[in-house]
Design a protein around this ligand. Sequence first.
Ligand code: AMP
Ligand code: ZN
Ligand code: FE
Ligand code: FE
Length: 273
Amino acid sequence: MGGRADLHIHTHFSDGVLSPREIIHRARACGLTALAFCDHDHTGAIAEGINAAAETGVEVIPGIELSAVLEGQEIHMLGYFIDPGHEMLQEFLLRVREERLRRASRMVEKLNGMNVPLPFDTVLDRAGQGSVGRPHIASALVEEGFASTYQEAFLRYLGTGRPAYEQKFPVAPAEIIRVIHAAGGLAFVAHPGSSLQENILLSLIREGIDGIEAVHPSHSHATEQHYRGIAEAYFLLTSGGSDFHGGKRNDQDALGKYVVSGDCVEAMRRRIT
Ligand code: AMP
Ligand code: ZN
Ligand code: FE
Ligand code: FE
């Protein structure tokens, strides 16, 4: 079966730049047949995306990207085919977004203590209605003239272990898998090639993930094949996408370039029904 599906896209409901409607418009222009909105800790894009996609022939798969911490390491996990209206899921998302807000405020306090008088309001403005994160602080730092580039904001202040860095609220992968499954979805580990150790991947498999994101801009062809092999060995599904954020971080051309086939989406659908 044909088809081109990009199963990892961010919108302005998290740290992406574009609205769901704009994404659908571009997705259609570059020939995608399906896409998944996977905003960090937020499902706001899904309803608008489904509306915008009606009559375009582009299928919208409801998704989410959540952060877990295991053995001090941050792990990103994707949920696909979740019910965005699920109460337990929304309670969980509210809690983690509140924690994000507290963490962002602690990072701004750290900056303020380092002679960087960035007002917290400028960060909140950048985040808008979406879930706030380091990318919004980085953009605010650039906008207010405290860093010359987005990259520099991470290098000097916000990157892991840098002076204004604050760890994320630790949620165990098992809890994330439970929430995604409760909401009727499938749980995948996101972009494992970027830093995930093999023993951590094996723990996630034991804890019951349904699949591995094999296609990702940070994965070489060899990395993709490596994870496809692991998925096959453990009877797991595979997924993939562009992790598009709307052109903010040199990903201007990424939409349409990192895709999986329609078969991949069908295999997921079979697993949930
Ligand atoms: P947060 O979820 O608030 O920790 O923000 C994480 C996001 O910040 C990641 O998804 C990246 O897009 C971005 N990010 C993290 N580290 C860097 C870095 N060193 N340079 C550029 N962007 C980064
Ligand atoms: Zn992001
Ligand atoms: Fe991620
Ligand atoms: Fe992402």
